[in-house]
Structures are given as structure tokens and as C-alpha cells.
Design a protein around this ligand. Structure first.
Ligand SMILES: [Fe+2]
Ligand SMILES: [Fe+2]
Length: 267
């Protein structure tokens, strides 16, 4: 089998206590409250898979934040901008734990394999730091994080039970800053890029937009509308309404602000 199992652990003791102090909201969630009562075994399994995949996505986003942060530091981006973004990897670790524990609540995570050496496409190391930072901030933040905010907010609205509602509420709260950050970075970086640099940013944005659109294809082609019997948000996330919101948000939250900065995207 390819890849490694996505498994997580805690160090515990003083390290965990210090982490808990930094982010007390994790323990404050209504753990143990999720009512599995009316759920079919298939729905519970779908929930376990969904929250396991969510934990992995948050973990992957944490890697993306670190890659972008490093390049921003190397590019000597403004200190306050870097300082703001240095909170993001911690936010993502909190999200990893929240999603993983939600999967536990449903009976445990499911097996998910991944390649830890190829989590994301890093910017070409031969490029200057400013271009590397611009590439990764554009792909991970201006496209990825900017688009995920409206989708997460709608998913939070769709959540019924208190536990997924609280988890998604926390994630939405943290993500608000992640989504707007990318454009603040671009407002600084664009002043330093020549025409080729701006075209390069556009190509990176196009690539990230096309990648996202490809991930929606299986959902768009499936005509099955899942009943919302999973008791949380999985039914909603597989619905045509979710896809419609994703398309709309891609226009309003990603393409429009890129075009407003005269970045010549084509995707
Ligand atoms: Fe996150
Ligand atoms: Fe994020």
C-alpha cells in the first residue's frame, strides 16, 4: 500500500497543559454530547470518514501555512504581516484536533493514507524569495483559504447538533483572518513585482483555481442528494447547494479581489 497512515498522537503532561492554556476552547467544546441515536451504520461510517478527511485537510493546511511563512520571512515581508500569519499554524493544529476528536465521537477515525513527503507543491526553490512567497500565499491563501471561509460558514449554519456546531463555529472564527491575509500580502508584494512577476502570480492563481474546480467534478456529476440523516453537515456538504455556493464564492471571494488588483487571471 502506498503512503503512510494519517495517525495523530499527543505528547501529554506539561506540554499538553501549556497547549491547553494557549487554546482553552478545545476542552470547552461539548464533548460527549453527540447523539448517535437515530443514525444508520452507513451514516455513522460516512461521518467518521468525513471528519477524518477534515482533520487531514486541516493538517495539510498547517503545512501550507508553514511553507508560506518561511518564504515570507525569507522575502522579508513586513514584520506585522508575518507576525499575524505566525498564529495560523497553531490555529490549524487546533482544527486538526477538533476534527479528529469529532471523528472519535462518532466511533473513531477511518484509515487514511497520505504521502508526507509530497503534501503540497512547493514553489520552485530556484526562484527568488519574493516570488516563492507570492506563489504560495496566492495559492494557499488568496485561493484556498479565501474560498473555504464562505463554505465553512454555510456548513456551520447547516450544523444541527451542538458539538459539530461548536467545532465549526471555532474554525470559522479562526479562518476569518486566514482568508483576508493573502490579499494584504499581495497589496504589499505587488508593489515590488514587475510585469512578469504579476503574470507569474496570475498563473499560480489560475493553477490553484483549476485544481479546486477539478475537486468539485465528482460532486457535480453525482445526482444523488444525500438525506441529512448523518446528524451533522455531511449531507449539506455533498449537496448541489454547496456546489453552487462554491462557484459563487470563487467568483466573489477569489476572482473579484484578484482582478481588482489587476492580476490577469484566466481560470
Ligand atoms: Fe483550518
Ligand atoms: Fe486556515
Amino acid at each position: 500500500m502506498v503512503g503512510e497512515l494519517f495517525e495523530l498522537e499527543m505528547f501529554g503532561e506539561g506540554v499538553e497543559r501549556r497547549y491547553r492554556k494557549m487554546r482553552p476552547e478545545v476542552e470547552a467544546m461539548p464533548w460527549g454530547s453527540f447523539d448517535l441515536g437515530k443514525l444508520s451504520p452507513a451514516a455513522i461510517l460516512a461521518g467518521r470518514q468525513g471528519w477524518t478527511a477534515a482533520a487531514f485537510q486541516e493538517h495539510r493546511t498547517g503545512v501550507a501555512c508553514c511553507m508560506a511563512l518561511r518564504a515570507m520571512m525569507e522575502a522579508r515581508a513586513p514584520v506585522d504581516l508575518i507576525a499575524l500569519a505566525s498564529r495560523f499554524p497553531l490555529d490549524e493544529m487546533v482544527h486538526v484536533e477538533l476534527c479528529a476528536r469529532m471523528a472519535m465521537e462518532l466511533g473513531g477515525a477511518t484509515a487514511l493514507r497520505h504521502d508526507p513527503d509530497h503534501m503540497l507543491v512547493e514553489a520552485d526553490p530556484a526562484l527568488p524569495a519574493l516570488l516563492r512567497a507570492s506563489a504560495m500565499v496566492t495559492r494557499f491563501f488568496c485561493v484556498g483559504e479565501a474560498l473555504s471561509i464562505p463554505l465553512l460558514r454555510a456548513t456551520w449554519h447547516a450544523a444541527v447538533q451542538p458539538l459539530p456546531k461548536a467545532i465549526l463555529g471555532r474554525i470559522v472564527k479562526d479562518e476569518a483572518a486566514h482568508g483576508t491575509f493573502g490579499f494584504a500580502f499581495l497589496d504589499w508584494a505587488l508593489g515590488k513585482l514587475d510585469d512578469d512577476g504579476v503574470k507569474f502570480v496570475a498563473a499560480e492563481a489560475d493553477r490553484a483555481i483549476r485544481f479546486l474546480q477539478n475537486t468539485w467534478t465528482p460532486r457535480r456529476e453525482s445526482t444523488v442528494e444525500l438525506p441529512d440523516e448523518t446528524g451533522d453537515t455531511l449531507g449539506w456538504m455533498r449537496s448541489q447547494a454547496y456546489l453552487a455556493l462554491a462557484e459563487r464564492s470563487l467568483e466573489d471571494k477569489v476572482r473579484a479581489p484578484l482582478r481588482a488588483r489587476e492580476i490577469p487571471i484566466t481560470a
